[in-house]
Design a protein around this ligand. Sequence first.
Ligand code: NAD
Length: 346
Amino acid sequence: MKLAVFSAKPYDKLYLTTHHAAELDRAAGIDVTYHDFPLNLETAELARGFDAVCVFVNDTVDAPVIEALAKDGVKAILLRCAGFNNVDLDAAEQHGLFVANVPSYSPEAVAEFAVALIQTLNRNTHRAYNRVREGNFNLNGLLGRTLHGKTVGVIGTGKIGVAFAKIMKGFGCTVLGYDPFPSDEFKPCGEYTDLDALLSQSDIVSLHCPLMEKTKHIINEDSLAKMKPSAMLVNTSRGGLVKTKAVIAAMKSKKLGGLALDVYDGEGALFYNDHSGEIIDDDELMRLTTFHNVLVCGHQAFFTDEALAEIGACTLRNLADFVHQRPCKNSLLRDGKTLTRTKSIP
Ligand code: NAD
């Protein structure tokens, strides 16, 4: 079994191989190669001779890449993440490839990060940190709002949305949820409502739904117009949920009072790499970073020790299921049908 890991970082190596060295030794015959570049049509040929590839959020696993992988003998695609919007499941099914993800490594890690962004933006600790380092202890411009008693809207009440809702309820917020598939887990935390009511009543709107055809640009000019004046928008899910031009306009007109993004529509070209010595030509991203009330992070909500440990262990469990031809509970395809309720964007 030869596995090629794309977009590999030192921490991937640590949590996939180093921490599992004994298991990998026992499972003699598993040979792992790390590529620090992403999988795409140009790099797919480097998977030739491998049985499986392991990919992350910004690897391209569309129909042409899947066709190239299948032609070169690859039989399995292991996602070391939950979201699978970058994988064409229909193409994988057509070529008979095994596809599995890590559906739940630590919903709390992502939920806690969303809360960290809200707290930072609301109480301006990002600005206070810089001021104090300059010897400036002036409080002007740092005024926040007490979260207790505010209304928080959760779009997508799956594992992460519920973990987030529980925390916000703990802060004393009224929690509203919107999800076409309501869940019993959410009900003790808040009230389900329709999307328009959630947008118009929430002081903070947090996105926790997957990216798919129906949710692409779910935050656009129309939905922003329905939001409360000065509301805060938080996206820790996928960049494509938010239409960047529209949020820039909403920030400029002060319709939005704060914007926290851990993910960004054009992140594939930039995130997870150091571009500090370059001229970044993404004007929309650069415009976003000029607002004092916009926080942009590099898709790091998942990045905790506990989450990486589970991602590594679960990816190897999925691989073992594939090797031993056992049923895999994280398979995204079974009997020719997509297991999940959601469908990836081609
Ligand atoms: P999940 O599958 O448990 O929950 C997703 C929920 O969204 C489901 O309840 C589903 O019914 C709902 N949904 C589907 N269509 C919807 C729509 N049109 N409107 C509103 N809700 C809709 O997934 P999860 O584990 O909670 O993860 C959610 C997303 O978080 C993932 O898809 C992934 O994109 C993102 N994520 C980001 C990071 C990060 O590091 N920033 C890490 C993990 C996951």
